[in-house]
Structure formats: structure tokens, C-alpha cells
Design a protein around this ligand. Sequence first.
Ligand code: IPD
Ligand code: CA
Length: 265
Amino acid sequence: MSIDSVGLAQRLLAAEAIALEAGQLAARLLADRAALGVSLKGAQDFVSTADVAVEQLIVGRLAAAFPADGMLGEEGTDIKGISGAIWAIDPIDGTSNFVAGRPDWCVSIGLVVAGWAQLGAIYQPSQQALYSARRGHGARRNGVPLRVAERPLAQSTVVLEYSSRVRPERHAAHVLSLLGTGAEYRRNGSAAVALAQVAEGTLDGFFEAHLNAWDVTAGLVLVAEAGGRCNDFFADDGLRKGNRVIAAAPALFERLAELFHTGAI
Ligand code: IPD
Ligand code: CA
């Protein structure tokens, strides 16, 4: 079974509507922060009762609309499906920001078909920003087309994200090598928000040594469709095992790939 162009268009509309609804649910739950149950899955790896409730909402909506599709979600959803399409769902990306009341968190819903990210929607409630993209059809923020930046490396700001899945020494080495080029760096705690910002050109590039498919599928389509370049995240079973992520404006991509392509995590 393969998904035709109409099927992809339907799925993009659904991803946009569900990301919006899911973000609104998360924001409502956050409004009563004292009632949120928060626990740790690992070092600095937070999960809240909102993450679980929002994933349930997204999975329910997608299963009702596309019952043959597979799904992988950060909070444990793993449905194989028979259509060949797999949704990669992050109910709240940037949970550490979310639980502390900081604004950089979002809902991220991406779709992978035959090893390629095909479309995605990211909703960042604090900015009321709905980003979406479909391969071959451009990227948009609230309907406005997006384009990556064109700054030279020495005037660029590159996001270097980090998690305890990677040795801290490696992260520190990446920061040092980037600063050696004259570029600046940022880390905002939400890979999906950062990738959306690379797509809209407010940031120039992104690197993290290991991310999961739910963190990045939507963001990778956004960057590619806004004219940027990304590594082949889905190589070597990235869908299930995760992978490194490099995404950047075209003029910076090769240089960043050279700087960061350094061995195992
Ligand atoms: C995390 C964020 C963070 C990245 C971590 C992810 P979560 O996801 O995307 O930016 O550096 O690797 O695990 O836990 O906030 O959904
Ligand atoms: Ca995440």
C-alpha cells in the first residue's frame, strides 16, 4: 500500500489541525501548573501528566482518521500499521521548559513514508505559531512561506542541543569547534522549536549528536522545504534508534557536517 498525493495532502491538513488542538490542550493543562504531575525519566529528562494526555489525544485523532497508519510517540506509542506511513509524535518537545513555565516548547507531528520524512506540523503555543511543511510543497508559519537565512558562518548563530544520551565532553568539544569558526551558539531545550527557527531564518543551523524521530521528523521537513539542507536522519534505522541531526542553510551545511561528523555518540 502506498500513500498518493491526495493522501499526503489530507494528512498534512490533519497534522496541522491536531497539532493546534494538542497545543491548546497542553496550554490549558499548564495553566494549572500545580496540578501537573511531573516526574523524571532520566537525568534532566522530564515527563508530565500533560505529555501523556496530549499524546493520547494525538494518537486517538490520527487513529480515527488514518487507521492503517503506524505511529511512534515519545511517551510509548508504538503501532506498526499497514499503510507504509508512520507518524512520529512528540506531544511536548521541550518538556523541561514546559514544566518550568518557559516558552520554548511545542507539539511536533511528522510523517515518514518509505524512509523519508514527508510532512510535518509544529505548534508553539507561546507564539501562537503553527509551522507546517510537505515535501515539494514548501514550508509555512501561519500560512506565510518560510526561507532559511543567508548569513556567512562568522555571522551565524547555530543551535547546539544536548541530552544526557551523549557524553558531556563531546558536547563541550562541539561548542569549542563551533566557536573556533567565529559563529555563535544557542541552546533552547526544544529541538523542534529550534528546527522551526532555522526554517524561518531566525537561526542559521542546528546540530545534536543524538535525537529521536519524534523530536525531529517535522522539523527536518520544515528546514528542507524552506531551502535548507539536512543529513539523512533515517539512515541506519534512525526511525527506531535515533541519529545525529545536522540542519542548516545551504552555505553552512558542509562546514557544519565537517565540524561535527565525529565518531560514535
Ligand atoms: C528533548 C528536546 C531537547 C533535546 C533533547 C530531547 P523533550 O526532548 O528536544 O532540545 O536536546 O535531546 O530529548 O524531552 O523535551 O521532549
Ligand atoms: Ca522531544
